[in-house]
Design a protein around this ligand. Sequence first.
Ligand SMILES: C[S@@+](CC[C@H](N)C(=O)[O-])C[C@H]1O[C@@H](n2cnc3c(N)ncnc32)[C@H](O)[C@@H]1O
Length: 210
Amino acid sequence: MLRLSVMFPMGMLLFRTMAWTSSGISHSQLVENLRSYQATISAPHMHAHALECLKDHLYEGARALDVGSGSGYLAACMARMVGPSGLVVGVDHIRQLVEQSISNIRADDPSLLAADRLKLIVGDGRLGYEEDAPYDAIHVGAAAAIVPEELLQQLKPGGRLVIPVGGRDSRQLLEQYDKAMDGNITHTPLMEVIYVPLTDRESQWSGREL
Ligand SMILES: C[S@@+](CC[C@H](N)C(=O)[O-])C[C@H]1O[C@@H](n2cnc3c(N)ncnc32)[C@H](O)[C@@H]1O
């Protein structure tokens, strides 16, 4: 049977970002799959790049925060890097994505969840997650118009934040923020990128039933 498949720039469904695919064996199944795969996932090379930037801060026993944890893929990678004595918190503001990320990880490596090495939380990631702060590493998977002050505050002295910064329709830069032991913060622009916006839930879903 003909397998229908589409490649969407994500913006046609949610926002502009890297292309993704969905498929089905009938038109209705394709539409159904498109509806259920409204999750966004960053391009694999961006995940690899983020982990490369953060690797020295994702040591055994480290604490890390993944803002906009989506599918849970990157958060799970971080959890493996920090090991059994570390902790990773993933935050996404879409409840369905958080539920889906938990079932993805339960299917792949349930030990991460059972041992409390990885928490996946529904919330506004612009506020970070105070409860488990401070963090050695913070990754943000969506572009912020301005760097949220809460994230800089929740960074441990010696810690690193990697975040795309810029507007939906303007130039975005992946930026690195390092907090020195005396609390001083230095900022390093890394490269031009295109990410979905770090926004409020209502703007992201604009009128969709949640
Ligand atoms: C490109 S995806 C990140 C994908 C993720 N790195 C992964 O491994 O699947 C961006 C995510 O940011 C989330 N997001 C956008 N604004 C947010 C906010 N204010 N708080 C929490 N999550 C947010 C979106 O729901 C989306 O899941």
